[in-house]
Design a protein around this ligand. Structure first.
Ligand code: MN
Length: 233
């Protein structure tokens, strides 16, 4: 038996809808710029780009209902509602036609972003890690098992303090779920426990301490989080 120098932390996990079981998180992958309207609002051409992938640490997951501290070193902290795909198995170079066989289930997630740090990184040609992969940057609702159906269409939305900010349809993704999995599996060996954030529609915008966030995808648990009041920017 392995003797650790100190006790390892418990594995990050996400609730599974309808059970007391938890989904243990291995890695969190994200695709950027996957809805044409959001690609345009970020100043890019939706036809031009191959998929852009980045990662968040597994322990960036935040439970549904939790309060999130306003992060340090940003004055432009943004929400991004996204469909999250959870994998039950993985592999390399997966064919799109077989990719859905890897899916454990689906959840609503929020790809929280330090937009000002992302803009600076883009301008300087630097990595996005501090803009995307920070503490508490990945709220995820309960995962609905794929046995209840795959998510290929349906309303996706986010409201802040009761005001609708983002609204689109899953069917408007440029790269659909099978192709996101297939493209990602060219770059990484995918594993059980991986979460994939599949991109956000237009309407991303700033958050403030005290804000109440509600985000949803048709048929999945509504994701509710708040930004802790009084936290300093
Ligand atoms: Mn995103």
């Amino acid at each position: 038996m392995t003797e650790f120098a100190f006790p390892p932390p418990p594995p990050p996990s996400v609730a599974v809808a309808g059970t007391t079981q938890r989904f243990p998180v291995h890695r969190i992958y994200c695709i950027g710029l996957n809805y044409a309207d959001h690609v345009r609002e970020m100043g890019n051409d939706p036809q031009a780009a191959p998929p852009v992938f980045f990662m968040k640490p597994a322990d960036a997951v935040v439970a549904n209902g939790a309060a999130i501290a306003y992060p340090s070193v940003t004055g432009n902290f943004h929400h991004e509602i996204e469909l999250v795909v959870a994998l039950a198995r993985g592999g390399r170079d997966l064919a799109p036609a077989r990719a859905l066989e890897c899916v454990f289930g689906y959840a609503a997630g929020n790809d929280l972003t330090r937009r000002d740090l992302q803009a600076a990184a883009k301008q300087r040609g630097q990595p996005w890690d501090t803009a995307k992969g920070f503490d508490q940057s990945a709220p995820v609702g309960a995962i609905r098992p794929a046995a209840l159906g795959h998510v290929t269409r349906g309303r996706i939305w986010m409201s802040v303090n009761g005001t609708l900010r983002q609204e689109s349809d899953i069917a408007h993704m440029i790269w659909d779920v099978p192709h996101v999995i297939a493209e990602l599996s060219k770059l990484y060996e995918l594993r059980a426990g991986d979460l994939i954030f599949t991109g956000t529609p237009s309407g991303v915008g700033p958050l403030q301490p005290g804000d109440r966030l509600e985000g949803g995808i048709e048929g999945l648990e509504v994701l509710r989080n708040s930004i802790a009041p009084g936290a300093g920017a």
